[in-house]
Structures are given as structure tokens and as C-alpha cells.
Design a protein around this ligand. Structure first.
Ligand SMILES: [Ca+2]
Ligand SMILES: [Ca+2]
Length: 629
């Protein structure tokens, strides 16, 4: 595929002479507009159109200077760097592109910034994040299921096809998410993904990770204005919005991939192949160069060309694209996809700049690492990353997820069962700030938690109890609150079934209590009870400051019972997880260092009162979250 691009570029240069004669034109300028008042005053305008690279730009606008023009081997590009000083007033810069014979005009708007009041709020351990996949949550506007001129439409029978979920569907159900108590919404990517599909090999791009335009919401989800409405409405309701971004790759049908600015815009797939996914090679002191390249410079999949962020034009483009979305829509946070796959130096610089411009903002990097050291390496100011500082506040806590998924299902032993969770958390000294870890029992890439615990309600509640009460920022994947499972489908679409009730004509509407009761009867699962459990825990946690930032102290599991406390000067919570599928007695005397002076604990979800001294009886797989008095 790369060879084709290179040949294409060669063709351009061979035609350079005749191209000179062709009239330059402007088809696209990115970013579409910019602002006055960033710390980083320079902005790169990517100007694209036939032979625009054969022009020179000039303009006259008080407070704005031309820094430089950069041409690439493709004459259809001109990169114009402006310096927008604080002296500039909002308005329109008329740019003149002159090829020596004629002049093209382009009006470029610079705006005043709106400020961060009620926007750019960041997220932290006081939040509970609801993750949803826009194509799979709810179809609020069937009139945009199929867009003339876009490659793929809706096919409800094909698992890898689009299902028609959209922004209107999310807006229609914000009340539901709010009622659950969620304080933040993380959307899987909303960028245009106008990609050809091949369902036979599972290549469907409903998930949004193969952008074809990084300044436009996919029209099958809605418009950029619809996204603005979603952000504003969510924020007015007290819910933050976290946007999913990808800087490692775009889709093969991205407009700039179809007309590459330069061969070094992306990595050559014929040289580096597809990624090994071995992101440990980034910090492995013994990693070979070829292994590093096979991770960082290789393509994620055939449909996702790997961007070369060492090219400063690419780096500037991506950093500005981020600032544009934050400033334009006022989003509160970013979840950076495949955070470990671009050059780590670039990721650090990107993160530093974003947080420098937006100090109240937060970013979680998807660092899907197998263990605590390789995860902790990625957190800001890490003591174990040598000279490298990622600047990244939040990391995805896959080690804790792995410990939960294994620990709930295996026989207890010296380091297995709930002890696995205990050991994993005991390595928190490696993190700069484990309170900022995003913690979860599943997400869009993982087996549904209902399947992980084989639909066992006790284990299901135990996993949720854990992420709601241990350190970190809990994230709930849409449908987990109704025990949604994969219905025997063991690929990605199985993890992302449409939410029942989100589609016109759905027989069961699980957005309502009646629907959840009905769904539970049909599946033989405590669907409504689980929803109420999640709802109760979320609302309780929102008001429980001791869980947000209190200290954590835990005890060596005995008989597969894991006990820990969250405590501060004002409150104390005791969590007891009975990992055994049998009734057990728990002698409370071992916990006297934290129970002294308290007499009773009241379970948050059931109201059951237990004495904090003597011995208590635990039901099989019982989880207790006790507010201590
Ligand atoms: Ca739709
Ligand atoms: Ca890469």
C-alpha cells in the first residue's frame, strides 16, 4: 500500500512542470479556525488543494505575523505557520496565496477564547465514568443511519456493521445516565470513519478508531453542533465529557492518507509490518531496535496507517487538533487510545502542552500493560522511568483488572484468589498517584464482566464493590449495570451489543425499570437488582469523600476473605469480600487497629447492620461495604 503512495508522490514530482501551469486552488484549511491567547502562540495552518504548494502567502493583520511557510514533496500542500500575539483582536485574516501570476484569497477566522468556567473540568477520584460506544448505545435519529455519499450504512443483522446509534440517542438517555449517578461520560471516538468494510475479516469501523477526518463528527452520529449540544447539556446536568482520541493512526481513507503530504507522514508498512503489540519494548532496558520498531513504527492493523510523530508537521498537526477540540467544545478530559504506540517522546510533549494550556483538564492514557511496573512507568513524574517523564496524570489500570478477573475465578492460594488483588494493590508504591488510575471490571475491548464471572451475581457484585471502594477512578461500561453479556459471541461485536431499548421497535426497554424486570425474567438474571445495586453504589460514592481520597489499609486475605478500610479524619468504611462460595465466619478481632472506637457497620446497598467486634457470618460470595459508626 505504501509503495502505491510513494509511486503516487513520484508521479506528482514528474508532473511538477505541467503542474506549475495548473491553477492553484484551496480545498481545505485545518484547523478550520483558531483562537487568540494560547500560551503556544504559533499555529500551523495545513492548506490543501491542487498546486497550493506553488504559492506564497501574505497578509496584513495587526498582532499576527507570518512565521514561516513549509512545502513538502507534494505540491498540494502548504503549511503556513502564524504567530498570533495577545495584541491581535478577534476577526478575519484575509490570506493571499500568490503563485506569481494570480492571487487566491482565503478568509481565516481567529476568535476570542471562552475560558474554562464550567468547561475543561478534568476528572479525578471523585468521579464515576460511564463509557459508551456511540454506535451501540441508542439510535435517536434513524434519518441519519445512512448518509448519501458515505460508504457504510446500517445493517442490524451483521455484527461488524453499524447499528445506527448516534448523539441524539445519547442525549435522549442522559437522564438515565444521570439517574445512575454517573458524573462523567467517556464516548468511544466520534470522528468521521468513512471507511470501506470487509465484514468477512471483521473490518467494520463503527467503533470509530480509524478516523478519515479529524475535524468532523461522523455524520452518522450527528453534526459538530450536535456534539456541542451533547457536551453543553451533559455539563449543565453535572456530567463531564471525556473524548476518545487517537494519535497513533488514522484510517486508510483519511483524506490526507489518500494524498500524502510526504512519504514520511506515516511509517512504511512494507518495512515495519503490523505491530507486535509488545509495548513493553518501550521501557525494556534490553529491547532490540527491531523489536521497538515492531511496536512503535509498525501499523496497528492494515486499515490504520501509522503516523510518524517525529515529523514535526505531523506532531504540530496532532497537538493543534487536540487543542481545537478542547477549546471548540469545552470537553473535560481525553482518553488517549493506544497511548503506548506513538513515539513516547511525542506523547509526553503532547500531554505537557495540553495540560499547560488547560491546567484543570485531565488525560487518561490507554496503557494496556500486563503488570504494575510497566503501567506505573507511564504515570507522570514516575520514579521508575529514568529520564522519561510522560506527564500523563491517569493510566488505565489493567493490572488491577487482570487481578479481579482472575482472582474471582481461581482457587485461593498463596498468591491466587482474592490474594491476587491484595498483592496487586500492594505494589501501588510504584505509582506516582494511584488515586488517578482509571479502574474497571470491563470495557469495550474486554470480555463482558457478566461473562468473566459466568453470570454469577455474587462475583458480579464483588467486582463492582471493589472498583467502587478501592483507590482510583471507577469506569463502568454501558450495559454492565444491567449485567449485559455477550450472548455467546466471542468477538468485539459481542462486547458491544446494542443497549436494549435504544432502538425503535426494541421489545424490551432496559432504560426503564419495567424493562429491566422483563429482561431479567427472560434471561433468568437479577438485571433490575444489579441496576439498583450500581445506582445505589454510585450515588453513595459520589458523596463519600473518604472513598475519593481517604487512606487505604488492607489485611492479608485469610480463607479467601479480603478486608480493607478507607478512612480519613471524618469517616471510615470497612469493606469485606468473601471470595468463597460458602458461608464463612469472620473473626473481627484482627481489625481492631481500625475498628477501635466504632461499634456498628451498615452495609451501603442492603442496610444490613453488623457488629464490628466479635464474629460475623458471611453468606457465600457476600460483599459488604460498611459505613462505620
Ligand atoms: Ca441513527
Ligand atoms: Ca505507532
Amino acid at each position: 500500500m505504501i509503495r502505491k503512495f510513494v509511486l503516487g508522490l513520484l508521479f506528482f514530482s514528474l508532473c511538477a512542470v505541467s503542474a506549475m501551469a495548473q491553477r492553484p486552488a484551496i480545498e481545505r484549511v485545518e484547523p478550520p479556525h483558531w483562537w487568540i491567547g494560547f500560551n503556544q502562540t504559533q499555529v500551523q495552518l495545513l492548506v490543501h488543494g491542487p498546486n497550493i504548494g506553488n504559492t506564497r502567502v501574505n497578509f496584513d493583520y495587526p498582532g499576527v505575523d507570518l512565521v514561516r511557510m513549509v512545502k513538502t514533496e507534494n505540491p498540494n500542500y502548504l503549511f503556513v505557520y502564524l504567530n498570533i500575539t495577545d495584541e491581535a483582536e478577534p476577526g478575519t485574516i484575509t490570506l493571499h496565496f500568490d503563485d506569481g501570476r494570480r492571487t487566491l484569497r482565503y478568509d481565516y477566522e481567529i476568535k476570542a477564547r471562552l475560558g474554562s468556567d464550567g468547561r475543561h473540568q478534568g476528572f479525578d477520584s471523585s468521579d464515576v465514568i460511564y463509557l459508551l460506544m456511540p454506535d451501540r448505545f441508542a439510535n435517536g435519529d434513524p434519518t441519519i443511519d445512512n448518509i448519501p455519499g458515505m460508504i457504510e450504512g446500517v445493517d442490524m443483522d451483521e455484527p461488524f456493521a453499524r447499528k445506527g446509534g448516534d448523539i441524539q440517542g445519547i442525549l435522549d438517555n442522559l437522564d438515565y445516565i444521570k439517574d445512575l449517578g454517573m458524573t462523567a461520560i467517556w464516548l468511544n471516538p466520534i470522528f468521521e470513519n468513512d471507511m470501506p468494510y470487509n465484514y468477512a475479516i471483521g473490518a467494520g469501523f463503527y467503533h470509530g478508531y480509524a478516523a478519515t477526518d479529524m475535524y468532523r463528527v461522523d455524520r452518522r452520529f450527528g453534526s459538530n453542533e450536535d456534539f456541542r449540544t451533547l457536551v453543553n447539556t451533559s455539563q449543565e446536568m453535572g456530567m463531564k465529557v471525556i473524548m476518545d482520541k487517537i494519535h497513533n493512526h488514522v484510517g486508510t481513507h483519511h483524506w490526507f492518507i489518500k494524498d500524502l503530504p510526504s512519504a514520511d507522514w506515516i511509517h512504511d508498512q512494507e518495512v515495519y509490518g503490523n505491530t507486535s503489540f509488545r509495548t513493553n519494548t518501550i521501557m525494556d532496558p534490553y529491547a532490540s531496535v527491531s523489536d521497538f520498531n515492531s511496536t512503535v513504527r509498525a501499523w496497528f492493523v492494515d486499515e490504520m496507517p501509522d503516523l510518524d510523530q517525529r515529523n514535526p508537521l505531523v506532531a504540530d498537526y496532532l497537538i493543534q487538533n487536540t487543542l481545537w477540540w478542547i477549546e471548540e467544545f469545552g470537553i473535560d478530559g481525553i482518553r488517549m487510545d493506544t497511548h503506548a504506540y506513538p513515539y513516547p517522546e511525542y506523547m509526553a510533549e503532547w500531554t505537557r502542552i495540553v495540560l499547560d494550556e488547560y491546567p484543570t483538564f485531565n488525560i487518561v492514557g490507554e496503557v494496556w500493560m500486563p503488570d504494575v511496573p510497566t503501567t506505573a512507568w507511564w504515570q507522570f513524574d514516575s520514579r521508575i522511568s529514568g529520564d522519561y517523564n510522560s506527564h500523563l496524570p491517569s493510566v488505565t489500570d489493567f493490572p488491577l483488572f487482570n487481578a479481579i478477573a482472575r482472582g474471582l475465578n481461581e482457587d485461593p492460594g498463596w498468591e491466587s484468589g482474592l490474594t491476587r488483588i491484595y498483592y496487586t494493590l500492594g505494589q501501588d508504591f510504584l505509582y506516582t498517584d494511584p488515586l488517578l488510575n482509571v479502574i474497571f471490571v470491563d470495557n469495550h475491548d474486554l470480555t463482558r464482566f457478566a461473562d468473566i464471572v459466568n453470570r454469577d451475581p455474587g462475583k458480579f457484585k464483588m467486582g463492582l464493590s471493589l472498583i467502587y471502594t478501592t483507590r482510583g477512578i471507577p469506569q463502568i461500561f454501558y450495559g454492565t449495570e444491567i449485567m449485559m453479556d455477550q450472548q455467546g459471541m466471542w468477538n468485539d461485536p459481542g462486547k458491544r451489543h446494542p443497549f436494549p431499548g435504544g432502538w425503535p421497535g426494541d421489545e424490551i426497554n432496559a432504560f426503564t425499570h419495567e424493562g429491566r424486570v422483563q429482561l431479567g425474567e427472560e434471561l433468568g438474571l437479577p438485571v433490575a437488582e444489579m441496576h439498583e445495586f450500581v445506582r445505589t453504589l454510585t450515588h453513595w460514592r459520589n458523596g463519600a469523600e473518604v472513598i475519593h481520597n481517604g487512606r487505604l489499609r488492607h489485611f492479608i486475605p485469610e480463607e479467601n476473605i479480603y478486608v480493607y478500610f478507607r478512612y480519613n479524619e471524618d469517616a471510615r468504611v470497612m469493606v469485606i469480600l468473601n471470595g468463597q462460595d460458602e458461608t464463612q465466619q469472620l473473626d473481627m478481632s484482627r481489625f481492631i487497629e481500625l475498628t477501635e472506637g466504632f461499634t456498628t457497620g451498615t452495609d451501603v446497598s442492603t442496610g444490613r447492620e453488623v457488629p464490628l467486634h466479635g464474629s460475623i457470618s458471611l453468606s457465600p460470595l457476600e460483599s459488604l461495604i460498611l459505613e462505620m459508626e
